[in-house]
Ligand binder design. Structure first.
Ligand SMILES: C[S@@+](CC[C@H](N)C(=O)[O-])C[C@H]1O[C@@H](n2cnc3c(N)ncnc32)[C@H](O)[C@@H]1O
Length: 448
């Protein structure tokens, strides 16, 4: 299933070498996975090679901690820092042997051959011996490594501990879901086409995608297989967006109406801004704010492609004095900057880039933005607080402390049949993997 094409390859067209370079860019140079993937895969002209290289990168990063633990059992002494490329090549080799159905001899010989491209011929024997020792002792190595949950589930120790404490009954399924590939979910644009007609054209033209109506979104379509969406019908005409089913709930919860003045405070790349436009039949007065100018450009492109009208501006949501014109908003969407721990399955580099210190800094930033935006809401207006995090610090605890501080704020009961919540915990939490969705948190607040 994951095999690269068999044609002879030049070095730059070798998908394993391309995968190695992308992994190094993320692990060694701290690049974000989406940027490194976008640039790195572009050199591969064969579609199957691109798919194989992407699979190698995502899989190796997903399983990095477990692979490292296995590697450490097999090395007599650690490699030097300057040999991080050899280190990462070992992980790439182990990943293929453990998780892919590539024949063992091909995985070993193709991986060992890359030592020549690294100009480190001394590593050839090391890699060959290490991978062969792994094949011989795999079962006992797994038994030795998997006693530690952080290794077995391949998540940093601090994060594994936090998730175990927050979800004593579900931590294993959360960590398991984080290591699985995410489905591709579309949101049709009702200003262009109906879900029924788009489903009918997908079934006719792309039966292999097994397109299904999403169980929790009236505009959502789940695709069983990943595909190049720009090749699907109506992409150029703005017939649909790519957006996870959990993220699609924001629009339905805020329920935008014609004529309402709505602030989307952290808006780029505009997945939710454009949904608000679609749901109000392009009649809501949407003000989309974004701190990063480059990301605002992506939002503007999405507005243009989908034919949605909104005022888009750069600005810092925690400093309204610098961008607000003084007119109160009927509704506010605060899709807050967060740890993104609900979307680890799409961005496994989050596991390695995020630190416990980031969580406290983000929690403080979210509290600052909440406090700054609340006065901009009309009495009787609603604010939807959202994160793609699974950490209570950023979600239920953030809302509990806001509700305790702000007497004019109350929680609007949420009766949707997705997610979890109870009387002690404001809002609703979707865990990753629920109905195929990303991990997401929502709390709808009303101003008295
Ligand atoms: C979770 S993403 C938003 C995703 C977007 N709502 C969507 O659905 O496509 C958070 C965004 O907030 C932006 N951001 C971070 N801090 C901000 C601030 N202080 N003011 C405004 N935007 C901010 C980030 O650059 C990022 O684009």
């Amino acid at each position: 299933m994951n095999h690269a094409s068999n044609a002879p390859k030049t070095k730059s067209q070798n998908p394993r070498l391309v995968a190695l370079r992308i992994c190094l860019a993320v692990v060694q140079n701290g690049r974000s996975l989406s940027q490194a993937l976008g640039e790195g895969l572009a050199v591969l002209t064969d579609r199957r090679d691109r798919g194989f290289a992407q699979n190698l990168v995502l899989g190796t990063l997903r399983w990095q901690l477990r692979l490292e633990a296995i590697r450490d059992q097999l090395l007599s002494k650690p490699l030097k820092a300057k040999d991080e490329d050899v280190n990462q090549l070992i992980l790439l080799g182990l990943y293929q042997l453990i998780y892919l159905d590539t024949p063992q001899h091909a995985a070993v010989s193709e991986t060992v051959a890359l030592t020549a491209a690294l100009k480190k011929p001394w590593a050839k024997a090391l890699l060959n011996g290490l991978l062969r020792n792994f094949i011989r002792d795999a079962e006992s190595l797994f038994a030795a490594v998997d006693v530690k949950p952080a290794f077995a589930y391949s998540h940093p120790q601090w994060f594994t501990k936090k998730i175990r404490e927050a979800y004593p009954n579900d931590w294993q399924s959360i960590l398991t879901a984080n290591n699985e590939p995410a489905p591709l979910t579309l949101r049709i644009n009702p200003l262009v086409q109906s879900r029924e007609s788009f489903l009918a054209s997908l079934h006719a033209e792309h039966p292999e995608l097994n397109a299904l109506a999403h169980p929790f979104s009236a505009q959502g379509i789940l695709l069983e297989q990943s595909t190049d969406v720009s090749q699907l019908p109506y992409f150029e005409q703005g017939g649909f967006s790519v957006q996870d089913g959990a993220a699609q709930q924001a629009g339905y919860l805020l329920n935008p109406q014609a004529g309402e003045r709505i602030l989307d405070a952290c808006a780029a790349p505009g997945g939710k801004t454009t949904h608000l436009g679609e749901l109000s039949n392009n009649q809501a007065r949407i003000f989309a704010l974004e701190k990063e100018p480059e990301r605002l450009e992506r939002l503007q492109e999405n507005l243009a492609r989908l034919g949605i009208t909104a005022t888009a501006q750069t600005g810092d949501a925690s400093l309204p004095d610098t961008w607000w014109d003084g007119e109160l908003f009927d509704k506010i969407l605060l899709d807050a900057p967060c740890s993104a721990t609900g979307i680890i399955r799409r961005h496994p580099d989050i596991k390695w880039h995020r630190t416990p210190e980031d969580i406290s800094a983000l929690t403080q930033l979210q509290a600052n933005i909440l406090a700054a935006l609340w006065p901009l809401l009309k009495p009787g207006g609603q604010m939807l607080y959202a994160t793609c995090s699974v950490l209570p610090d950023e979600n239920t605890e953030q809302m509990q402390s806001f509700l305790a501080k702000e007497p004019s704020a109350s929680q609007v009961p949420m009766t949707q049949n997705w997610g979890r919540g109870d009387a002690q915990h404001p809002g609703k939490q979707i865990l990753p993997g629920e109905a195929g969705m990303d991990g997401f948190y929502y709390c709808l607040l009303q101003k008295s």
